[in-house]
Design a protein around this ligand. Sequence first.
Ligand SMILES: Nc1ncnc2c1ncn2[C@@H]1O[C@H](COP(=O)(O)OP(=O)(O)O)[C@@H](O)[C@H]1O
Ligand SMILES: O=C(OP(=O)(O)O)[C@H](O)COP(=O)(O)O
Length: 403
Amino acid sequence: MKTIDELLADGVAGKRVFVRADLNVPLDGTTITDDGRIRAVVPTVKALADAGARVVVASHLGRPKGAPDPAFSLAPAAARLGELLGAEVRFATDTVGDSARATAAGLADGQVAVVENLRFNAGETAKDDAERGAFADQLAELADVYVGDGFGAVHRKHASVFDLPARLPHYAGHLISTEVGVLKKLTEDVKRPYAVVLGGAKVSDKLGVIEHLLEKADRILIGGGMAYTFLKAQGHEVGISLLQEDQIPAVQGYLKRAEERGVEFVLPTDVLVAGEFPDLRTKAPANPTTVAADAIPADQEGLDIGPETRKLYASKLADAATVFWNGPMGVFEHPDYAEGTKAVAQALLDSSAFTVVGGGDSAAAVRTLGFDENAFGHISTGGGASLEYLEGKTLPGLAALEN
Ligand SMILES: Nc1ncnc2c1ncn2[C@@H]1O[C@H](COP(=O)(O)OP(=O)(O)O)[C@@H](O)[C@H]1O
Ligand SMILES: O=C(OP(=O)(O)O)[C@H](O)COP(=O)(O)O
């Protein structure tokens, strides 16, 4: 994989460089609640701009449906990038249309622009190779060189991640190089006991990695929205909690395999439930109740692990030598459901383990709940991406940079 250092050494002044970043930051309206992913790409963008490149930054944000949707505009992220760079950052109101082409063409050496959300275009995420390719062709017109630095999206076979680098000279940015360097250590030389904590809401995306983790980890702790498919697989009712019904047979298989291999699977023994999802904007009191994990009422939703589970998980992490954690334990954005996530973060800090926290929301949780991000071994900007890397899968965005 060629890195940006080679590009910089060859000289990049006057060249139009397309930087595929992951600026998928959590927003409250148009306010960025955690800018970690923007800060993470600054070293790459700054190095290119300082070297006189004309930098076109692109990213997805959220999961819009292949058409413009103001709620998912990258405008706030572009403004924040400008603040962090201490320089003007231009913003194109489309991704490959008139605004993007004019903005890219109007850049002077050392200037930076952000184009609008890649996922406002159906071609970005299309399954069909030709449709993705056609969109990548349009993106390629904006630049002479491609720098891949959106680590959080390298597991996606999307036009800007996979097809575009095949059309331009391509290099890995500083963030991707750093992320891969750390995660590689976890695949090669892992100190045991090795505990993995999984939670969050992207359950269907992430359940599959457990099959591989069963061959690697000594202990797997499950929380967040993921826990309820496990509880259901054990025969418990989960009310209106997040559930991946079609994955129940697979999950039953994981539990069986874990037993055969002597991998300890730890599930919540109690959970916080409520009749409705909390209001994350007003943060109005949610008044949850604590119930046993095998006694979730039919009309209630599990939204955090309970106090007994917090203690249990802390004890299971205390003597670990390595911990990988992806996915909050509950809806941490609301204070009534943040305690589970806080307890896991604190347990990681209290242990002497090498700790890796991965994922946009997990990293944001650690910071917004007041923890010192430097106290963790590594905070990865990618959750799904780091999990699939650990799984040993070929990641489209990394393979494209290697070719
Ligand atoms: N029990 C739950 N039910 C619904 N959503 C949950 C639950 N627990 C956690 N979440 C949500 O999961 C989201 C993060 O999930 P995910 O995107 O998978 O993590 P990451 O970005 O760290 O990879 C958070 O917004 C959080 O509110
Ligand atoms: O937030 C992301 O992934 P993550 O939640 O697994 O860390 C990335 O920006 C990828 O987004 P996607 O899962 O909508 O493709």
